[in-house]
Design a protein around this ligand. Structure first.
Ligand SMILES: [Zn+2]
Length: 289
């Protein structure tokens, strides 16, 4: 019984490729069949197809013929020597007389380039992510952004070189941690957080503000604001902005600076349910609001 079953399987394998070119040698003709394909009916790739400039790509059970010269992909149904040869004859007639080695060389070069590109992209992604992670740590710890270049990178290199060797230290050196880069990353993340918070407030519609003023080390007045709004089922409180008060620290000036920011963020005073000034001396703000 097993014999019959095996015989039947062999027959179906041979029947899968009725278009097989008689010009191909007997050994080359045998396509490597994947067992699953016997049931799915998908045509399989044979190593011999490289002599007509074709390799394959995609799902191993249903491979797609891929021309190694122009990169064109054909349907799985075209995975037969006659159709592949037709592509060679019509699209690349000048290469008709090239032998299989020429196409093998082309295929290997293309694959090498693709692998290199994939590897480089992966490394670049990891390097970028690491750079952002360091920037986030610096911002969260409220340290100067210059600490990455002056301390973190040399420290990392020293630790990694000692523990993992000079090769690993070379990899670490690829992470961009210069002053300008870290400053830019922090600004990027800050802008992203700001846009997310503003979007959430716009969705929530109503919001409440808490304002306070302070003086920085250079003696300039700064206005700080926190915002409270409904985010889904929760009430959130977020830092809203910090703006310089260039002229006076009167209620009118605070109102002007806050109004400017709200307008820029697409928010309206009508939706502000309450303002909580910490300093009571802000005469005038209440009347402005
Ligand atoms: Zn082609």
């Amino acid at each position: 019984m097993d014999k019959f079953l095996k015989r039947k399987e062999l027959d179906s394998e041979q029947n899968l490729e009725p278009d097989e070119s008689p010009s191909m040698s007997g050994g080359q003709k045998k396509a490597k069949m994947v067992s699953a394909s016997k049931f799915s009916g998908a045509r399989q790739y044979s190593e011999s197809y490289i002599s007509v400039e074709f390799t394959f790509t995609g799902d191993a059970n249903k491979p797609t013929p891929l021309c190694v010269v122009c990169g064109e992909k054909l349907a799985n149904s075209a995975m037969v020597p006659s159709k592949l040869k037709r592509h060679l004859q019509t699209k690349h007639p000048s290469l008709q007389n090239k032998n299989a080695d020429y196409f093998v060389c082309l295929r290997d070069n293309t694959e090498k380039q693709a692998t290199f590109m994939r590897k480089t992209t992966k490394v670049n992604e990891r390097v970028l992510k690491a750079s952002y992670q360091v920037a986030e740590l610096i911002a969260k710890s409220k340290k100067s952004h210059t600490v990455a270049e002056t301390l973190i990178l040399p420290a990392c290199k020293a630790i990694v070189e000692e523990m993992l060797g000079p090769e690993a230290a070379k990899e670490i050196a690829k992470v961009p941690l210069s002053d300008n880069t870290i400053s830019r990353r922090i600004n990027d993340m800050s802008a992203d957080i700001e846009s997310v918070v503003l979007e959430k407030i716009r969705i929530s519609e109503k919001f409440a503000l808490q304002l306070d003023e302070s003086t920085d080390i250079s003696g300039h007045a700064q206005l700080l604001a926190n915002v409270r709004f409904v985010d889904g089922d929760a009430i959130r409180e977020n830092f809203f902005f910090c703006k310089a008060l260039p002229e006076k620290t009167t209620g009118e000036e605070i109102f002007r600076v806050t109004s400017e920011y709200l307008e820029k963020g697409g928010l309206k005073w009508e939706n502000c349910t309450s303002v909580c000034p910490v300093v009571v001396a802000w005469q005038g703000l209440g009347s402005c609001v």
